[in-house]
Design a protein around this ligand. Structure first.
Ligand code: ARG
Ligand code: ZN
Ligand code: CA
Length: 314
């Protein structure tokens, strides 16, 4: 029964990504910058290794138990981060200041310290979350490359062509490189292989200074990708009126782009006001500035004893 449910979920992810690709073909390059990369990679990984679906189903069950049994410890999680930089040109070899700016954005966004947190509409004031997870830059690893642009095939994580992750069981690895195909970033969800665990970022969407380019210049790509790395799904559930497995986020028809005017009404059941300012939507960086309490619970469930990222401690 559970197996059936899971494979249906996996199929939905597959289909939604295929739909995304066909829908995206006629769009402008600015819009093309937003592939459904993390979901795409997940679908491909499940196809190659169906046991990943089972592992992820276990995580899903654990998450639900941890969320309903009140066993969540209200402690602090601190995540050590190693940034792996692959560069062909001098500007791709992003500065330490640019790297630190990304860590700073993560710390603000995950601790309700972002200046735009106060712009969250009153309607969502009871669900906007201080996630309470912080990030510490532990090391930067740099490697020169002749590769002009990278894809979502994880080549940047392999020793032959890229940089292997530093102790991924206790460190969040980020790769900064020139991603092709208009991809801003992609993440691996909990449950995947440790050799590919972490978040990949396009160097022009990394941090909030240096080589970043608008409208993805506020470091929110990493906030979104680290959300995936902490088990968050897209707010529209990668399907029309799909589910993100979070009850305090409204149902959205599909991804939102740009900076939507408020309120944006969903056409899904009940016509809820969409939470377009959520980090797990697809708006421009300046259009996203909150996680919800339900999303916080999903993330926190990973770090309790027995959780998929419990080695990071509480
Ligand atoms: N393309 C990325 C993904 O699907 C997310 C885009 C991030 N959005 C942003 N405004 N920076 O994982
Ligand atoms: Zn995403
Ligand atoms: Ca929801």
């Amino acid at each position: 029964m559970k197996k059936i449910f899971l494979s249906v979920t996996a199929m939905m992810l597959l289909f939604s990504c295929q739909n995304d690709t066909t829908e995206m073909a006629p769009e402008t390059s600015a819009v093309l910058k937003r592939g459904c990369a993390s979901s795409d990679v997940l679908a491909a990984q499940i196809k190659a290794d169906p046991s990943l679906a089972l592992a992820m189903n276990k995580i899903e069950n654990f998450t639900n138990n941890a969320m309903t049994s009140g066993r969540l410890v209200n402690g602090k999680v601190q995540i050590p981060v190693v940034v792996n930089v692959l560069y062909r040109t001098a500007s791709e070899n992003i500065s330490l200041a640019q790297i630190q700016s990304q860590i700073d954005v993560l710390n603000r966004d995950f601790n309700a310290q972002n200046t735009d947190f106060s712009s969250v509409p009153t309607l969502f004031s009871t669900v906007k979350a201080n996630v309470g997870i912080s990030f510490v830059l532990q090391n930067v690893v740099r490697r020169a490359t002749t590769v002009q642009s990278w894809t979502t095939n994880d080549a940047m994580k392999r020793s032959a062509t890229g940089i292997t992750p530093t102790t991924p069981s206790t460190v969040l690895n980020m790769w900064a490189c020139n991603l092709g195909g208009g991809i801003l970033g992609y993440a691996q969800f909990p449950g995947g292989a440790s050799s590919t665990d972490g978040v990949v970022m396009d160097n022009n969407a990394f941090g909030s200074t240096g080589s970043v380019s608008a409208p993805f210049n506020l470091g929110r790509t990493a906030t979104h990708e680290v959300g995936h790395w902490m088990n968050l799904r897209h707010i529209w559930g990668d399907a029309n009126c799909g589910s993100d497995f979070v009850s305090d986020t409204p149902t959205h028809n599909e991804a939102n782009y740009g900076v939507p005017a408020y309120p944006s009404l969903s056409l899904c059941t009940g016509n809820p006001v969409e939470m377009t300012m959520n980090y797990m939507d697809y708006t421009d960086d300046r259009g996203m500035y909150m996680f919800s309490n339900g999303q916080k619970s999903r993330m926190a469930a990973l770090f309790v004893s027995g959780g998929a990222r419990a080695n990071f401690g509480i």
